[in-house]
Design a protein around this ligand. Structure first.
Ligand SMILES: [Zn+2]
Ligand SMILES: [Zn+2]
Length: 218
């Protein structure tokens, strides 16, 4: 991540679909958030314990099984609330069906503790802050989490990837909506913002604006 002082950032690709789970903590206060605990809760907890972190929020970028499969167990282990956009609650309620469709065992389910909507701000640690951007298209409740200066990073879920965009042929997906979301909310961020997609390598807003073939003409 950025050279911002006092920041702990670990990326763990978890589960069969290798969803990028992020642990983002404040080294001074040991408070952290976890983004997209898709699976392998033990590995996530190992990182949390190694850094002696206390989890303040569990943030879900969208309710596909590979991003939320480990949320119930992580909540049990840490006591932290689970947060997501209300437009994906129905997807989470159908996580058993999602599991069946890809031939996986159904994960444990929990309650969503708090809705996250466009413009909401999360605060944790001493000074860490992130703003919720509602970026529907891959799913109706897909969100991106933006940390402005000094971190300058955005956790984009499955909305924007290095050289690609999220698929829109799944439940409630919309190609028009994802392009609009990327154009309105992500390409509007400063060029040097680091993008952490839900799968695969990190990129920057500049690289995607200049090279992503799906964004030509946007
Ligand atoms: Zn997804
Ligand atoms: Zn995914």
């Amino acid at each position: 991540m950025s050279p911002a002082a006092n920041l702990i950032h670990e990326v763990l690709p978890v589960g069969w679909l290798q969803c990028n789970c992020h642990v983002v903590g404040d080294a001074a206060t040991r408070e952290a958030i976890v983004v997209d605990p898709g699976d392998e809760t033990e590995r996530i907890l190992e990182v949390i314990h190694r850094h002696k972190l206390r989890v303040r929020h569990i943030v879900i970028t969208h309710a596909h099984i590979d991003h939320i499969g480990g949320a119930a167990r992580l909540k049990e282990a840490t006591g932290a609330p689970v947060l997501m956009h209300p437009d994906d609650y129905w997807l989470y309620k159908n996580v058993e069906l999602q599991a069946a469709l890809i031939g996986m065992p159904a994960p444990k389910i929990t309650e969503v503790d708090q809705p996250l909507r466009a413009g909401d701000e999360l605060r944790w640690g001493g000074v860490l802050r992130a703003t919720v951007l509602h970026t529907p298209g891959h799913s109706p409740g897909s969100l991106s989490l933006y940390m402005s200066e000094p971190e300058k990073v955005v956790f984009a879920g499955d909305t924007l990837f290095a050289g690609s965009i999220g698929r829109t042929d799944l439940w409630g997906g919309s190609y028009d909506a994802i392009l609009r979301s990327i154009h309105t909310h992500l390409l509007a961020l400063p060029d040097d913002t680091i993008v952490y997609p839900g799968h695969g390598p990190a990129t920057t807003i500049r690289d995607e604006r200049e090279r992503n073939p799906f964004l030509r003409g946007l």
